[in-house]
Write a protein that binds this ligand. Structure first.
Ligand SMILES: [Zn+2]
Length: 49
C-alpha cells in the first residue's frame, strides 16, 4: 500500500475577477499556499466537504 498520495484541491477565492479557479497539489506533509489569495492549505483540508 502506498499512502504517499498527492491531494488535489481547488481554490477560487472571493473575487473571481482576480482569482481564477486554480488547482493546487497538496503534499501530505507540506503546506500549500495559494498564489492568488495566500490561503494556506494543509492535509487537514482534505476533510472539507
Ligand atoms: Zn486562492
Amino acid at each position: 500500500m502506498n499512502e504517499n498520495k498527492t491531494i488535489t484541491l481547488s481554490c477560487s477565492g472571493a473575487d473571481e475577477s482576480k482569482h481564477p479557479q486554480v488547482y493546487l497539489l497538496l503534499d501530505a506533509n507540506k503546506v500549500t499556499i495559494c498564489p492568488y489569495c495566500s490561503k494556506e492549505f494543509t492535509k487537514d483540508e482534505e476533510n472539507h466537504d
